[in-house]
Design a binder for this molecule. Structure first.
Ligand code: GAL
Length: 368
C-alpha cells in the first residue's frame, strides 16, 4: 500500500510559479480589484466556519470585495454557489471542495472568464483549471497520528500483539488518501513484525472510509467492528484522521463499556484541534491526540496568493511536485502540521492564541 510519496518538496519558500492569471474577470487585461469568491465545504466542522470568516476579513482588509458561501457537504449546492460567484464577476475563487472531481465544468466556466482558482486545503482533481493549491503537508498528518500510537503503546519495546483499527476520511476528499497513507506507511513495519494486528482485516481506504467525515457514520462503524471482532478481544488503538470521527469512535467505545478515564482506554488519534476534542485530550477522557493545523496561517497563505496577483506578481509556493491533480502538478504552498497532546496543547494552542482555555473548557457537547 504505497501511493506516490512526495516528489519535489522545497524546504524554503520563495519559488515563483508561472501564473495563468493576470487578466481581469472580463478577460481584458487591466487592473484587478481582488474580488474573490470563497466557497467553503460545510459548517458542520468548526474549522471551515472560522476560516471562511478569516479569509473574508483578510481579503476585505486588503480592500477587496468578497462573497462567502458554504456548500453543506452537497456537491450540487457548491457548484451552484461557484456559478453564482462567477456570474457576479469574481476574479478569484478560493475553493474548499466537497467532491474533489466534480468541479471540472464550473471551473472551466471560471477559466473562460479569466478567474484564478486556488484550491483551498483540498486539491481539486481532473481539471486543467486549478492554478494554485494552499494546504498542509497532508501525508505528515497521518505520520504524526501513527507515531502517537507507536509512542503511547511503546510498540518499540513490546511484543504485542496490539489490536488496532483504522479509519479514513471521506472517499471524495483528496486529502483522505494522504492521511491514510502516512498512517499506514508508519505502522507498516509493526504490522509485518506482528506487533500490531488489525482484527477486522480492513486495511484499505474504501472499507475504512467515513462518508462526509461524519461522526455518526464513524460511531456506527466502530460499533459494528466491536460487535464483529472484539467479543473477547481488547482494542488497543484507533487510527482516526479527524476529531469528529474520533469523537464518534469514542462514543462507540464508551457504549461498549470501555472506560474513558482508565489508563487502558484505546489510544485514539485525531486532527483539527477542535475545542471538544482538546477538552478530552486535556482532561484525559477519550481521544488523546489531535493534529493541529494552524488554519490562520492557511487563510493568510491563500489571501496572500490573491494579493500577490492583484499586485502584479506571482504567489509564493514551496512545492511543485507533490500534488498531481490528474492534469498537472499544482504549484502549492504546504504548511507543517503539529502533533498535539495533553503535554503541549497549552503551548501550541492556548499560548499561540488559537483557542483560550475557556473555549476548550466550555466546548459544547456534540448533538445527535
Ligand atoms: C479535510 C481536512 C481536515 C478535516 C476534514 C473534515 O479535508 O484536511 O483537516 O477538516 O477535511 O472537515
Amino acid at each position: 500500500m504505497h501511493l506516490s510519496r512526495r516528489g519535489l518538496l522545497f524546504g524554503s519558500a520563495g519559488l515563483a510559479a508561472t501564473s495563468l492569471a493576470g487578466c481581469g474577470a472580463d478577460g481584458e487585461s487591466g487592473a484587478l480589484t481582488g474580488h474573490t469568491g470563497i466557497a467553503m465545504p460545510t459548517t458542520t466542522s468548526d474549522r471551515w466556519v472560522v476560516e471562511g470568516a478569516d479569509l473574508e476579513k483578510r481579503l476585505k482588509g486588503f480592500g477587496y470585495e468578497t462573497i462567502l458561501s458554504y456548500g453543506e457537504d452537497n456537491v450540487e449546492m457548491q457548484i451552484e454557489q461557484i456559478r453564482s460567484m462567477i456570474d457576479k464577476g469574481v476574479e478569484f475563487l478560493i475553493v474548499g471542495a466537497i467532491g474533489n472531481d466534480s468541479l471540472g465544468a464550473v471551473l472551466a466556466e471560471a477559466k473562460n472568464k479569466g478567474v484564478t482558482v486556488i484550491a483551498y486545503d483540498r486539491l481539486i482533481l481532473d481539471t486543467p483549471d486549478v492554478d494554485y493549491y494552499a494546504s498542509f503537508d497532508n501525508y505528515e498528518v497521518g505520520v504524526l497520528q501513527a507515531q502517537h500510537i507507536i509512542e503511547t503503546l511503546k510498540l518499540d519495546e513490546r511484543e504485542g500483539p496490539f489490536n488496532v483499527e483504522l479509519f479514513s476520511g471521506a472517499l471524495d476528499d483528496n486529502n483522505s488518501q494522504y492521511f491514510f497513507m502516512g498512517g499506514l506507511d508508519t505502522l507498516e513495519s509493526y504490522l509485518y513484525s506482528g506487533v500490531v494486528q488489525i482484527p477486522s482485516d480492513e486495511t484499505e481506504q474504501e472499507p475504512t472510509s467515513t462518508e462526509r467525515w461524519d461522526r455518526g457514520v464513524a460511531r456506527e462503524r466502530m460499533t459494528q467492528l466491536l460487535d464483529d471482532h472484539y467479543g473477547e478481544r481488547k482494542l488497543h488503538a484507533v487510527l482516526s484522521p479527524y476529531d469528529g470521527i474520533s469523537r464518534g469512535v469514542v462514543e462507540a467505545l464508551v457504549a461498549a463499556d470501555y472506560d474513558p478515564k482508565s489508563d487502558d482506554f484505546p489510544v485514539v488519534t485525531g486532527q483539527d484541534a477542535e475545542p471538544l476534542s482538546l477538552k478530552a485530550i486535556k482532561e484525559g477522557t477519550g481521544q488523546s491526540e489531535t493534529v493541529f493545523k494552524d488554519t490562520r496561517k492557511l487563510a493568510e497563505v491563500a489571501a496572500n496568493m490573491v494579493k500577490a496577483i492583484v499586485d502584479g506578481g506571482t504567489p509564493e509556493v514551496n512545492d511543485l511536485g507533490s500534488y498531481d491533480n490528474g492534469f498537472q502538478f499544482i504549484p502549492a504552498y504546504l504548511l507543517p502540521p503539529v502533533d498535539v497532546t495533553a503535554e503541549n496543547y497549552q503551548e501550541e494552542i492556548v499560548d499561540t492564541g488559537y483557542l483560550s482555555e475557556g473555549e476548550i473548557d466550555e466546548a459544547e457537547p456534540d448533538q445527535g
